[in-house]
Design a protein around this ligand. Structure first.
Ligand code: ZN
Ligand code: ZN
Length: 274
């Protein structure tokens, strides 16, 4: 489907064309949520659910947008290489959903999810262990109080490696183009925006969740505990390797600290009593 749209384009046009689409998607979705949480009439209500109450400086937001545009272009480089490999018969991407049985599509999406969870955790963990990668990954950690734009605010090399499963998954198992790109563009990207928005509304996973990664966990990784919470959707790798930090553990170490939920509960308590 997607592959058919770009068939025949030489690589030097394929990459810029895909990069333009990716950057437009990044600016539209992240810009929309940034406007809602920081610049609209809802911003004051949203503050109740923000992990950090201090506003993000404008210079930091500009940095996130600049880094994000570059990093998104690198991600689309992975997509362009994967497409090029398909056009030349090197990988097992397929263009029509009926090229394999339909039941195979959810199974392959689960495969993509599993690869993302393990690879992104492992690469993130290594980035905090290896001196050279720590420097590269440090670009993402310049943003101590990220906004939705922070989802892509990485060094181009960091982001290229992070997004490289798009490139090598089609060598591991057959995958429908829409399933592969769609999983990254929706599931991975949208959840990543939520993690970087530093926004924990009650309808999203609770910071006290035993198994899911909430915005609190990733914000904590950015702001004060960079050696914890490397995970993306689920915490199973963090739990397995003892790098999980929960609000209760942080409160036990720092009694003056209260996570978003605990802060709101404390503020509501005196009002309820009066
Ligand atoms: Zn990190
Ligand atoms: Zn981050």
């Amino acid at each position: 489907m997607l592959l058919d749209l770009f068939d025949g384009l030489p690589f030097y046009l394929l990459w810029p064309a895909l990069a333009a689409i990716g950057v437009a998607w990044f600016l539209l979705v992240c810009g929309g949520l940034y406007f809602l949480l920081h610049r609209s009439a809802y911003a004051e209500t949203a503050l109740r659910f923000k992990t950090q109450l201090k506003p993000t400086p404008a210079a930091q937001v500009r940095g996130e947008v600049f880094d994000g545009v570059l990093a998104m272009s690198m991600v689309m480089g992975s997509v362009a290489i994967a497409f090029w490999c398909y056009y030349h018969g090197y990988n097992r991407l397929y263009a029509s959903p009926t090229d394999h049985p339909l039941w195979y599509i959810p199974l392959s999406i689960f495969g993509v999810f599993l690869v993302m969870e393990v690879f992104e955790w492992a690469f993130h963990w290594v980035c905090h262990r290896n001196a050279l990668l720590r420097k590269v990954h440090g670009q993402h950690h310049r943003y101590g109080n990220p906004t939705p734009f922070g989802v892509m605010a990485d060094h181009p090399v960091d982001m290229f490696i992070k997004a490289s499963p798009i490139l090598w998954i089609p060598f591991l198992f057959p995958i429908w183009d829409v399933a592969l790109i769609g999983t990254f563009a929706s599931l991975n990207f949208i959840y990543g925006i939520y993690l970087h928005a530093g926004f924990d509304p009650p309808w999203m996973p609770s910071p006290h969740s035993r198994f899911l990664v909430s915005a609190w966990h990733h914000n904590e990784h950015h702001s004060s505990s960079p050696e914890h919470n490397f995970g993306f959707f689920t915490a199973f790798m963090d739990i397995l390797f003892a790098t999980r930090l929960t609000p209760s553990e942080k409160e036990a170490e720092r009694p003056d600290y209260h996570c978003t939920e605990c802060r709101n509960a404390r503020q509501a308590a005196p009002a309820a009593a009066s």
